[in-house]
Structure formats: structure tokens, C-alpha cells
Design a binder for this molecule. Sequence first.
Ligand code: 5GP
Length: 140
Amino acid sequence: MSYDTNNIFAKILRGEIPCHKVYENEHTLAFMDVMPQADGHMLVIPKSPARNLLDADPTALGALLATVQRVAQAARQAFGAEGVLIQQFNEPAAGQTVFHLHFHVLPRSAGVGLRPHTGKMADNAVLAGHAAKVRAALGA
Ligand code: 5GP
């Protein structure tokens, strides 16, 4: 399977599609998932092309995981979460729907279930507010 440069996250990286950005550095970008399964659901992606973890350059993974850790810590603080779920899917059989490597970061608390994937986009103002909360926790 090859990398398709027209995938949605590649378009976000090129600035062709907007996103609610939470954090960015030379190698990675973190932004709000547009159909969040929990308040504060974020995605962390590498700027270098990779379809998923199976074809990723191993040398890109350190920076990616460092950003996952950083925004997970900030999300826990911002949402007063008891824990943080990290998810990562590889290929359709494993649930992957967007073919640019990404990690899901989901704040979790006991008794608060994940919302199902409805295919409905969340309210823009709500996502903007959640992104601002995480940025504040990051000190950005
Ligand atoms: P996957 O199943 O591939 O791991 O998840 C892809 C994720 O990308 C889903 O949670 C979905 O809600 C999210 N997503 C799909 N399209 C967009 C988009 O245009 N913008 C953002 N921010 N997230 C998206």
C-alpha cells in the first residue's frame, strides 16, 4: 500500500483544509478530531509522509511519540481527566479510515463512555474552545 498525498491529513498539513491546531513543532502537528469520541479528542500526526505505523520511518517515531506524550499530559490537565486513551489503527481491517499515520489522544474518566462514531462533525465553536483549553495547559 502506498501513501496517497491527497488524504485529508496531508491537506491539513498543506493548509488546504482548516483544523483546530493544538500544538505544532518541526516534525509533528496535533489538532482536534472533528468527530470527537470524547471531549478533548485529538489527533497527532508526523509532518513526514507515512500511511501508518507499518511503513513509517522509525526515526520519525521518537518525535511523534514525544508530541503524543506532551498533548496527552496537557489533555489530562485541561479536562481534569483520570486517564488518557491512546489509539492507533493500521489499515482498514484494523479500523483505519484516514491514511496518514496518526495517534488518537482521548481524555478518559471512570463512568464516562466514549461516544460512537456518528459521522457528524462537532460544533466548530466547541472544538475551538477545547483546543484553547489544551493550548492553555501546554502554556502556548
Ligand atoms: P482512523 O479511524 O483513521 O484512526 O481515524 C481517523 C480520524 O480522523 C477519525 O476519528 C475522524 O473523526 C477524523 N477525521 C476525519 N476527517 C477529519 C477532518 O477533516 N478533520 C479532522 N480534524 N479530523 C478528521
